[in-house]
Design a protein around this ligand. Structure first.
Ligand SMILES: O=C(O)c1ccccc1N[C@@H]1O[C@H](COP(=O)(O)O)[C@@H](O)[C@H]1O
Length: 213
């Protein structure tokens, strides 16, 4: 089986971006959700995008964004894909894909089998489904909290769309996660940090090495 592709999310500094590039992750995520400790403003996104160049896919992370935020972020971050981590309906995903001409990655929060089945509603509206752990109702963020879900819910998954796994992944557990789910793409944020929003270059390298081990 081919190695899973890797997305390292929530990069906000040049040195940790360099660690992602050195580790040859396929995607880097820039977070445009203001309450997040990983949030980047447009100037920072532009500087990071210029440094990243075109050898890595640049994914913008959004939570129920309006079109003007998307327009600014797509240009500043030279985005290659739009990750929607809120309550965006299939119609909204399809509209944004056509408006911005970019692939849409729709996040499906999971705590049970019915949640996994919800992905099917996006088959004509998104380009990739990212399964992440459902956060508690009173959580401060809809993602990036290092929460896992029961990976056996994805065992034997047959999907019409490309898909990936997120939620609480780290160097210590990502191999088990890939073996349990067969995920063709893995995404991590807090699992490669020393504190919320503070990425750790050694952990980034360790995560990528563990995926390819
Ligand atoms: O990271 C954040 O702060 C964040 C904020 C709002 C929406 C999503 C966010 N993060 C994404 O959540 C998943 C899982 O993160 P973790 O590995 O469990 O920390 C990932 O896609 C992050 O990009």
């Amino acid at each position: 089986m081919a190695n899973a592709r890797i997305k390292i999310c929530g990069i906000s500094t040049p040195d940790t971006l360099d660690a992602v590039l050195a580790a040859r992750a396929e995607y880097v995520g820039f977070n445009f959700f203001p309450p997040s400790p990983r949030h980047v403003d447009m100037a920072a996104a532009a500087a990071l995008a210029a440094r990243a160049g075109s050898t890595i896919g640049k994914v913008g992370v959004f939570v129920d964004p309006d079109d003007s935020l998307l327009r600014e972020a797509v240009a500043a971050g030279r985005l290659d894909a739009i990750q929607l981590h809120g309550e965006e309906a299939p119609e909204r995903c399809a509209a944004l894909r056509s408006r911005f001409g970019l692939p849409v990655w729709k996040v499906i929060p999971v705590s049970n089998a019915a949640d996994v089945a919800r992905a099917d509603a996006y088959r004509a509206a998104a380009d990739l489904i990212l399964f992440d752990a459902k956060t508690p109702k009173d959580a401060t963020l809809p993602g990036g909290l290092g929460l896992r879900f029961d990976w056996s819910l994805l065992a034997g998954l047959r999907m019409a769309l490309p898909w990936g796994l997120a939620g609480g992944l780290s160097a210590a557990n990502v191999r088990d996660a890939i073996e349990a789910t067969g995920a063709p793409l893995v995404d991590t944020s807090s699992g490669v940090e020393s504190a919320p929003g503070i990425k750790d270059s050694d952990k980034i390298a360790g995560f990528c090495a563990a995926v390819r081990a």
